[in-house]
Design a protein around this ligand. Structure first.
Ligand code: FES
Ligand SMILES: [Fe+2]
Length: 371
């Protein structure tokens, strides 16, 4: 095989990045006093809401003998394990009662903890912070607070609307992410008579710059075949419209489109559930469409169509990936994917050996492709 050909082996073992906030589930799927079972980065979670509506997340395994706590009884404050009835505070995970103890048995139950995770509600989702794996035995101690706040969708006015879409993708987080930033699949995957055809393919040039732990497609007049752009043209001159797209580790893609006082802002995440499964969540906020009938519904329809086309594509792709083929990343269309792997490897390197984070980009870059 000639070595100037850009063959790549499969993505680096689909390693998942610990030490970040991840979207766990849509906030409206959890009512006060409810407990749900979910999974992030192969960590089983019991996520719930207390009587006051505050969300919490516990490791879904009782520290006694591993029974899933999500099978237990939740009274809105404490969870009672369904196996031997140990009770835990929903937020701290601290053990509050061991029913089998007799009065003169002095086991210090307040030193026993079910593993718990920082958990917050933000922009229509419940987020959970998944820390770096601690030394064994951890999880029986008090949880540490998250070192960073939850990611948030930038908003540019007091009043706005917000909506989300979610879909399971049967592939590793890496394929989910590079699929999300891949410009070349558009004309082939996202066709529709009301949208574009393969014939609309044309040469594009985009400017990119490094930002902390990520990269930015710099503010510019957006591509004439991007979704919100077509709707925005109804409001403002094409020249006054600017858009910025950022990708930041571990999995955040944010897009901001502004046209005078109108704006559209979205935060898309690809969340690793297991090594071979991830989920895409798109949350968008905007202050547009007050005068177009069906504006939000139209936008949701367009996005849902796109997400479904991507999901279907990745479902088919996973058939091919089962046999672990060698893969390629080509210039310039796959350069953002290369940056992603570079960023992720640098982060893994820092977590393993410490030292400075090495950014894969040394400065601004212009990329060209046809799409
Ligand atoms: S396994 Fe939970 S109380 Fe025994
Ligand atoms: Fe797509």
């Amino acid at each position: 095989m000639p070595d100037d050909l850009p063959f790549q082996s499969q993505t680096p073992d689909a390693l998942m990045l610990f030490g970040f906030w991840y979207r766990a589930l849509p906030a409206n799927q959890l009512r006060s006093g409810e407990l749900a079972k979910t999974m992030l980065l192969e960590q089983p979670l019991a996520v719930g809401r207390d009587q006051q509506g505050q969300p919490f997340a516990l490791r879904d395994a009782c520290p006694h003998r591993g029974m899933p706590l999500s099978c237990g009884h939740f009274d809105g404050q404490q969870i009672e394990c369904s196996y031997h009835g140990w009770r835990f505070d929903a937020h701290s995970g601290q053990c509050k009662l061991i029913p089998s103890l007799v009065p003169d048995q002095t086991l210090k139950i307040d030193r026993i903890y079910a593993g718990s995770y920082p958990c917050e509600e933000r922009d229509d989702f419940i987020w959970v912070f998944i820390p770096d794996p601690g030394p064994s035995g951890a999880g029986f101690s008090k949880p540490a607070p998250a070192p960073t706040p939850t990611p948030e969708i930038p908003k540019f006015s007091e009043h706005y609307k917000i909506a989300y879409l979610t879909a399971d993708l049967p592939c590793s987080v890496d394929h989910g992410i590079i699929g999300l930033m891949d410009p070349a699949h558009g004309p082939f995957v996202h066709q529709a008579w009301w949208w574009r055809s393969q014939k609309s393919i044309h040469e594009k040039q985009k400017h990119f710059e490094p930002i902390p732990y990520g990269f930015r497609m710099s503010a510019h007049t957006p591509s004439s075949n991007s979704a919100p752009y077509k709707l925005l043209r109804l409001y403002a001159d094409a020249d006054s419209i600017t858009t910025t797209i950022d990708f930041v580790l571990p999995n955040l893609r944010s897009e901001i489109i502004r046209a005078g006082k109108y704006w559209f802002s979205s935060l898309t995440t690809i969340t690793p559930i297991t090594r071979n499964q991830c989920r895409i969540d798109v949350v968008a906020a905007w202050n547009l469409f007050r005068w177009i009938p069906f504006g939000p519904q139209l936008l949701k329809f367009v996005f849902a169509k796109f997400v479904e086309q991507d999901r279907r594509t990745m479902e088919l792709q996973s058939e091919g990936l089962k046999h672990n083929p060698h893969l390629m990343l080509i210039d310039d269309a796959d350069r953002p994917a290369k940056w992603y792997f570079g960023l992720k490897n640098s982060m893994l390197e820092v977590k393993k050996n410490g030292g400075e984070f090495r950014h894969p980009m040394s400065g601004p870059v212009t990329l060209r492709w046809r799409s």
